[in-house]
Design a protein around this ligand. Structure first.
Ligand code: PBG
Length: 324
């Protein structure tokens, strides 16, 4: 008997019949940066991604809804920062205003809001600091609850805490339940590595810590047991979806988290992953379109139910084109 695996690869229809993983537009979430400034500006280290003024947000959203994107994750760029990141908890803060505006025009679009303080604080850390400059957990949890309620009152469908503060999910679930928001889901950035691949995002969100780094709350890249522990704790505290971030250097983590938890698993293909594909293809060293799709299918194969990616809109266009 001849064992020839290529038998199944000779015919395109047969190839598609035996294809194990499929990437669909329903798997993609597009991050959006919204700003008070009235100029739409391209993010230097993320070509093709923009700071979008609140005034024209609906026009921008229309563009991605038209290619079939059903879900976005919103990041706000506040006008001014302070020690406590007050814009983040203000009912008229940048994210809250954007959510209301988007919901009004696109009631069907799923809006996930990133819940964190680093873009909003003068020090650039993800929570409220104590006198020694360390994260004050209790105070941060209290402010996180305020931020969540304010987002949900504005119309956010799912809240996504990304600050890696212990027990954040427990506190957020509590405050949602106690305020008649039992139906609002939590997408937890449970497994967030202390990664250098966030570099371009920090330029984009102006959220580089003014001193120190995030190693005291994010996970060391070489650790996986700790990642599994985080995932399990967050699921037990009531997270509805567990996210792993970044994606490509952590495919084994996605896979193992998937096997561990009962809830769906998401992956975040971060700014540095985007920038690498963008810059290499701009140089003509790789083919952008096929590399985008290959990177995303790889993340799905590892076990992600869906992917937060700056390529969402381009990938949706490519998927549509390939279906024709
Ligand atoms: C924190 C946050 C970060 C990202 C999303 N939410 C950055 C960080 O921890 O510095 C990174 C996303 C990316 O790199 O694309 N609010």
């Amino acid at each position: 008997m001849s064992k020839l695996p290529t038998r199944l690869r000779r015919n395109p229809i047969l190839r598609r019949l035996v294809q194990e993983t499929e990437l669909s537009i329903n798997d993609l979430v597009q991050p959006i940066f919204v700003t008070y400034s009235n100029e739409k500006t391209e993010i230097l280290s993320m070509p093709g991604q923009y700071h979008i003024p609140l005034d024209i947000i609906e026009k921008e959203i229309k563009r991605l809804v038209n290619v079939g994107i059903n879900a976005i994750i919103l990041f706000g760029i506040p006008e001014k920062k302070d020690e406590k990141g007050l814009d983040a908890i203000d009912d008229n803060g940048i994210v809250q205003q954007a959510v209301r505006k988007i919901k009004q025009h696109f009631p069907e679009l799923l809006i996930i809001t990133d819940v964190c303080f680093c873009q909003y604080t003068t020090h650039g850390h993800c929570g409220i600091l104590d006198k020694k400059g360390l994260i004050n957990r209790r105070k941060s949890l209290e402010y996180l609850q305020k931020q969540v309620i304010s987002h949900v009152n504005a119309g956010s469908d799912v809240v996504a805490p990304s600050c890696m503060i212990d027990e954040m999910i427990k506190y957020i679930r509590d405050v949602l339940d106690n305020n008649q928001h039992e139906d609002i889901g939590i997408l937890s950035y449970a497994v967030k590595y202390a990664s250098s691949f966030y570099g371009p995002f920090r330029d984009a969100a102006h959220s580089t810590p003014k001193y120190g780094d995030r190693q005291s709350y994010q996970i060391y890249p070489g650790n996986i047991k700790e990642a599994l522990k985080e995932a399990k704790i967050d699921e037990d505290e009531g997270a509805d979806i567990i996210m792993v971030k970044p994606a490509t250097p952590y495919l084994d983590v996605i896979h193992q988290v998937k096997n561990l938890v009962q809830c769906p698993v998401a992956a975040y293909q971060v700014s540095g992953e985007y920038a690498m594909i963008k810059s290499a293809s701009e140089k003509g060293w790789i083919d952008e379109d096929t590399c985008i799709l290959e990177s995303l299918i790889g993340i799905k194969r590892a076990g992600a139910n869906f992917i937060v990616t700056y390529f969402a809109t381009s990938a949706a266009q490519l998927i549509k084109k390939n279906m024709k």
